[in-house]
Design a protein around this ligand. Structure first.
Ligand code: PLP
Length: 425
């Protein structure tokens, strides 16, 4: 049989009920699993048999959803986490530690930037932040002998920079380290980074994958393509783990080594698993992901074009617009559309932006994006409120920037709402 299309995988991958079993993925709301002999349980603890023993490590509902997302991204295995933040942290911490160096794009979600530049710095990590627009030559110069990974967002939040995945992968691979990319905004429906050389993909599933703003969550997916044994840079994967009876993950699990280690070691020691109930909700979101993404993108293009042609608007940033500096990269990596997120500025600065936001009736003011309902955020007046005008410019958030997450309502209603709010500015 031919490989299924993504729409089909969104509905069917990860869970294959047998005769008489529930058609819909059940919620295994159980922390524990019963065994009939000490020997059976011991074999699980030695990682010799497959099976469940405690939900902090694995749970059937969670595993089915992880397997679905691995199939969507074209990876070999995935692990779900309790948030996107946990996914970003574990994706790096699984292969690096104190004293190691990571190169990260500076165009990343503020929470990830904070995690890397403040919290992980306290843990002894050294990060170098580079522009996503850096040349390959300049990027190559940033590597050090202790560099362990390169991290970037495929479509950055909120700056909407499109990553040249092939360029970043080439630099990472030339230095024998993996490229980890956060694919939250495009989702695997619009971009499959493994096809362009990325090695590990992360997501905040809280966004489009859930899509209904019900559950915070994250996921890490491994392509299985990176050769951890090529160098001695990744002893955590290639030498015996004393905390697990001396097993060597690459020897025991081959292409699944990276995710198996994240589960056996990081989940065991640090937790951060999602609740099975949340995974059930995430799975419902995934079932309709391609339909929603198609509508989000279609609506966003129309809204972006409307804004670009409106005299009250100072500027529009949407990689799906021909005028955008990332248009060509977007066409290459996301030929069917980018996402529903647009940023734009209104003439008249803070006062106009606030008046506009307060006048919207359909769009909600919310610290969220990628929700099926249209929502808006004015960073200078909310998340970045404590910053001075100079600091706002330095972190790429002009004081007139509005971030609009275009939902799946009828686009005429979304534009009507924007129009009536603009008429009051
Ligand atoms: N990655 C991106 C691109 C995000 O936008 C976010 C959150 O907004 C995160 C990661 C963190 O995810 P979470 O809020 O699920 O912890």
């Amino acid at each position: 049989m031919k490989e299924q299309h993504i729409e089909t995988k969104c509905l069917h991958s990860g869970y294959d009920p047998k005769n008489g079993e529930p058609r819909v993925l059940p919620i295994y709301q159980s922390t524990t699993y019963r065994y009939e002999s000490s020997e059976a349980m011991a074999r699980l603890f030695d990682l010799k048999d497959e099976g469940y023993f405690y939900t902090r490590l694995q749970n059937p509902t969670n595993d089915a959803v992880a397997a679905k997302i691995a199939a969507l991204e074209g990876g070999v295995m995935a692990v779900l986490t309790s948030s996107g933040q946990a996914a970003s942290f574990y994706s790096v911490f699984n292969i690096a530690g104190a004293g190691d160096h990571i190169i990260a794009s500076s165009a990343i979600y503020g929470g990830t930037f904070n995690l890397f530049s403040v919290t992980m710095k306290k843990l002894g990590f050294d990060f170098t932040f580079v522009s996503p627009d850096i040349t390959l030559e300049e990027l190559n110069k940033e590597f050090k002998p202790n560099t362990k990974a390169v991290f970037a967002e495929v479509l950055s939040n909120p700056s909407l920079a499109v990553l040249d995945i092939e360029k970043f992968a080439a630099a990472a691979h030339a230095h024998d380290v993996p490229l980890i990319v956060d694919n939250t905004f495009p989702t695997p429906v619009n971009c499959r980074p493994f096809e362009f050389g990325a090695d590990i993909v992360t997501h905040s599933t809280t966004k489009y994958m859930d899509g209904h703003a019900t559950s915070v969550g994250g996921v890490i997916i491994d392509s299985g393509n990176f050769d951890w044994e090529k160098t001695d840079k990744f002893p955590g994967l290639t030498t015996p783990d004393e905390s697990y009876h001396g097993i060597t993950y690459t020897k025991q699990f081959g292409k699944e080594a990276y995710i198996r280690k994240a589960v056996a070691q990081l989940m065991r020691d640090l937790g951060s698993i999602p609740a099975p109930q949340n995974c059930f909700l995430l799975n419902l979101g995934l079932e309709t992901l391609p339909l929603r993404i198609e509508r989000h993108c279609k609506n966003a293009v129309k809204v972006a074009e409307y804004l670009e042609n409106n005299d009250k608007i100072a500027w529009v940033n949407y990689p799906g617009l021909k005028s955008n500096k990332y248009y060509d990269l977007a066409k290459k990596y996301m030929p069917n559309g980018t996402s529903g997120v647009i940023s734009f500025g209104i003439k008249g600065g803070r006062a106009a932006a606030t008046k506009f936001q307060d006048s919207l009736k359909l769009a909600s003011i919310a610290t969220h994006v990628a929700d099926c309902r249209t929502c808006i955020l004015y960073p200078a007046g909310t998340t970045h409120r404590q910053l001075t005008d100079e600091q706002l410019i330095a972190c790429g958030v002009p004081d007139d920037l509005l971030r609009l997450s275009v939902g799946i309502e009828n686009v005429e209603d979304i534009i009507d709402d924007i129009e009536q709010a603009l008429s009051l500015v």
